[in-house]
Structure formats: C-alpha cells, structure tokens
Design a binder for this molecule. Structure first.
Ligand code: NAD
Ligand code: UDX
Length: 463
C-alpha cells in the first residue's frame, strides 16, 4: 500500500514532533495531527510558530516549513481518520489512578477510545500504528475491537514505539539510532510493515530500520526505558556511597564509562530522573511481571523506582540538614523546574517532589525556569494534593529573572541542568544572598571549586 495520507491521534510531545518530521521529510504525504484538546490544536496552529505548545530546539522551524503545506493540526478527528490509509495512535498512556492496577498499570482508556473511534469511522482498509508506549500484548486488544466492526473493513496493527528524548526530539527523529516496527508475521502484516518502512526510508537508512513481531516491539520499548532508567538509579546509588567514602561520582562514572562494554552515556548522577516515561513504564513493567507471577522480575525492576524516590528525598533532606536542620521561613531559590534542560515539560520532575518536601518544612521556594510558568509550577504541586492550592501558592515565590530569584536566598538548589545557569555571574549572586550562602547542585553542572573560592558552601551530588 502506498501511503499518501497519514492521521495521527494525539498532538502531544510525541505526536507533534514525530509528525512534523514525517511531513518535512515526506512532502508527498499529507499528515494530519488530531487531538480532542482544542486549546492544544489552536496553539499548534498559532500564526506565530514560537507559540506552538511544545518547546523543542529546532521544532518551530520545521513546523513553519511544513504547516499548511502537508502538515495539518485539527480537531476533526473522524474526518482525518476516514481519509487516512495509516493511523498513528500517539495518545497518553499514564499510570492508572483508580481501580485494579492503580498506581502501577498503564491506563489504556485513551487507547481503547481511539481503537473504537477508528473502528466506527473507517470505511476503507487501514494500517493502525501503535506509537504510544503500551504494555506487551495491547495490539491483541486493539485488534479485537477493530476486527469486530462487521463492516468488512480490514485493519493491520503495527507497533512502532518512539525512542525520542525530550529536549533533543528533533535530532533524535532526524537521526534515530533505530526505527523499530513490529507487525503480524503473516503476509498482510509484512505488507503493512513494508508500507511503514517506506515512509521512514525517506530519511532513515534502511539498515537502521528493524522489523520484528508485534510483541517483541511492544516489549522492547518498555525494556529500553527500564534499562536507561536503571543506569541512572545505579549511578545514583553509587553517588550516596561516594558521599560517605570520599570518592567522586563524576570520576567513578568516567572511569567505568570508558569500559566500552559499559559505555559513557546515561551515567550522570542527579537529583533523580523525571519525565513522563521512565517511572510510568517501569511501574507498568513491574505490574506486567507480577500479573504473570514473576515476582523476582517485578522486584528487580521496582528497585529502580525505589532508588529514584530515595535520591529525590535524600536531596531535600540534605538541604534541611545543611541549613542547620530548619528551613522554616527561609528562602530557597530553585534554578530549574523542568525535568531536564531544553524542554518545557515538567511531568514527574524531581523539582516537584523536592519543593513539596521543603514546603512541608515551611520553606519559601523561589523558582526560576526559563521555560516554565508559575501557573504550571503551582498546578504540578497541587496535583500532589499535599496541601491546599492556597498554601502552595503562598510558599512559591516567582520573579522575572534568576538574579532576583536568588536575591536574599539562604540557599540555591539546581534542579535542572539548563546551560544558562553555568554562565551566570555567581559573584553577583553571592553578594545578594544571605550568608553563609549555600548551593546544592542537583545536576553537578557548576564549578564547585570556583564557587567555593567566591565563598559559597557548595554541595554536589556524589562527592
Ligand atoms: P501527551 O500527553 O503530551 O499527548 C497526548 C495527547 O493525546 C494529548 O494532547 C491528549 O489530548 C490526546 N488524546 C488523548 N486521548 C485522545 C483521543 N481519544 N482522541 C484524540 N486525542 C486524544 O503525551 P506524549 O508525551 O506525547 O506521550 C504519548 C505516548 O508516547 C505515551 O504512550 C508515552 O508513553 C509515549 N512516549 C512519550 C515520550 C516522551 O518523551 N514524551 C517518548 C516516547 C514515547
Ligand atoms: C526517555 C528516553 O530517553 C527516551 O528514549 C524515551 O523515548 C522517552 O523517555 P526523556 O524522558 O524525554 O526520554 O529524557 P531522558 O534524556 O531520558 O531523561 C530522563 C530523566 O533522566 C531526566 O530527568 C534526566 O535529567 C535524567 N537523567 C538522564 C539523569 O539523571 N542522568 C542521566 O545520565 C541521564
């Protein structure tokens, strides 16, 4: 099947950038991204491309190039499904907050709604592509819904998980390490796989396009995220031991990373990993393992989350301890709120949990993040339901600049590794703070000895 029209359901952090790149690289294909969220679609269509809802370096330029040519954002979900030969499902699959599997399993209600809508609307055969991260064997449920419409329309279901990381999404999409496509092993399934391979082959070398059966593809995505997160928890576990022993975790990471079997990437000790994927996907993996009675497998992976929670809590505990065991009414300046640099995404950001702990200790938190608004910060804290919205608002202070944020503070905590923090005038910041002036570098990005020379008491992670 030659693909000329693609529909993507879900205009989020994955659907938006992924489809923008497909549209840019395949001008012969019309790509329509649909979403139920009118505000989000309006933002994607904003005349000023700088107002698109997702901040990713390089993305607005690509949207500018393709939007209105062969890239469209719309709320007309039915029409876009009907017209497309290939429908990507890229909706959110958060951790369930109710019922069986609450706090562990992936909530697949949005996925099922999409499947039912595709089943209802389709009048011609379609390839349905799972782009969302899904528990292994979800394709079976989707197939069962699609195969029971009774109208003779035939569907092929592919799994095509997305491996982009936020902040580097454009680069990751343009030059992926690999594209993974899983499909049915029968002839029709193989044809569907080939149709999607041809889309990617417009810019991805074919040797980087890996095809597997559906279950391997679905499970590989959860596995990849579990392995990546496990590396961070492993180095973070070592960071605590380093702090007790005089070893330096940056040096340890470098030393082990030079072993080509280990590799140097993803070994940065930090205040803890955040983001919408790692925790959700590992919890889901743990739930799946338990559902098959594989308790040792489940416990093994759950430890990655336990370690990450410990690392976040350890950071806030250290701040309280170093500030003479009380932060009550003290001003703590947070530099960064996003879960990593170069994104405006704050989902599961360590900053939220550290702030929550410190507010419980009655601290005043002044937050500066170049891409995150006060409204978002308060919404993140309110979501935890630790206290009233008014109480959160009373504890969060907001300023226009990082310098004002730090003025009069007892301590600064670095929560996100934004590049601009490194080049600040740290002498100027020091002069404006309460003394002794503390810096808790949750990302190990600052020059500790230089800060100590200025007069700061500097505390990194893992040294
Ligand atoms: P997101 O919340 O940013 O976007 C999902 C969008 O889907 C929302 O805008 C929502 O309104 C829309 N939606 C939900 N149900 C819908 C429906 N029935 N019809 C139309 N629109 C609907 O989520 P995201 O970060 O883009 O993640 C999407 C999926 O991709 C998840 O499964 C996630 O695990 C996976 N993933 C995310 C990343 C990442 O970095 N964010 C990376 C790889 C994979
Ligand atoms: C992750 C995966 O990397 C990506 O392949 C998948 O598609 C989605 O989930 P993302 O969450 O966007 O991507 O960002 P990532 O770069 O993986 O960072 C996740 C968290 O781990 C961030 O909070 C980051 O600061 C932290 N991290 C990352 C570390 O603390 N140390 C590291 O060495 C790397």
């Amino acid at each position: 099947m030659k693909i000329t029209k693609i529909c993507c359901i879900g205009a989020g952090y994955v659907g938006g950038p992924t489809m923008a790149i497909i549209a840019q690289k395949c001008p012969q294909i019309q790509v329509t991204v649909v979403d139920l969220n009118h505000e989000r679609i309006a933002a994607w269509n904003d005349a000023d491309v700088n107002n698109i809802p997702i901040y990713e370096p390089g993305l607005s330029e690509i949207v500018k190039e393709a939007r209105g040519r062969n890239l469209f954002f719309s709320t007309e979900v039915d029409q876009a499904i009907d017209e497309a030969q290939m429908v990507f499902i890229s909706v959110n699959t958060p951790t369930k907050t109710y019922g069986k599997g609450k706090g562990m399993a992936a909530d697949l209600k949005f996925i099922e709604l999409c499947a039912r809508q595709i089943a209802k609307v389709s009048k011609s055969d379609k390839i349905v592509v799972e782009k969302s991260t899904l528990p292994v064997r979800t394709a079976e449920a989707i197939k069962s819904i699609l195969d029971n419409t009774g109208n003779g329309v035939k569907f092929q279901i592919l799994s095509n998980p997305e491996f982009l990381a936020e902040g580097t999404a454009v680069q990751d999409l343009l030059q992926p390490d690999r594209i993974l496509i899983g499909g049915d092993t029968a002839e029709e399934g193989q044809k569907a796989i080939q149709a999607l391979v041809e889309v990617y082959a417009n810019w991805v070398p074919e040797d980087k396009i890996l095809t597997t059966n559906v279950w391997s593809s679905e499970l590989s995505k959860l596995t990849a995220n579990a392995f990546l997160a496990q590396r961070i928890s492993s180095i973070n576990a070592m960071s605590e031991l380093c702090e007790k022993t005089g070893a330096n975790v940056n040096e340890v990471a470098k030393a082990i990373g030079m072993d080509s079997r280990i590799g140097s990437k993803f070994l940065k000790a930090s205040v803890g990993f955040g983001g919408s994927c790692f925790q959700k996907d590992i919890l889901n993996l743990v739930y799946i393992a338990k559902s098959y009675g594989l308790n040792e497998v489940a416990d093994y992976w759950e430890q990655v989350i336990i370690m990450n929670d410990h690392q976040k809590r350890r950071f806030s505990d250290t701040i309280v301890r170093k500030l003479y065991n009380t932060v009550s009414d003290k001003k703590i300046a947070f530099l960064g709120w996003a879960f990593k640099k170069d994104t405006n995404d704050t989902r599961e950001s360590a900053a939220i949990y550290v702030a929550d702990d410190l507010i419980s200790e009655n601290a005043k938190i002044a937050v500066y993040d170049p891409k995150v608004t006060r409204k978002k910060i308060l919404a993140d804290l309110d979501y935890l339901e630790s206290r009233s919205a008014e109480a959160n608002a009373a504890h969060i202070l907001s300023f226009q600049t990082a310098y004002e944020t730090c003025e009069g503070a007892h301590a600064i905590a670095i929560l996100t590794e934004w590049d601009e923090f490194i080049s600040y005038d740290w002498q100027k910041i020091y002069n404006s703070m309460q003394k002794p002036a503390f810096v808790f570098d949750g990302r190990n990005i600052l020059d500790g000895p230089a800060l100590e020379k200025i007069g700061f008491i500097y505390q990194a992670i893992g040294s």
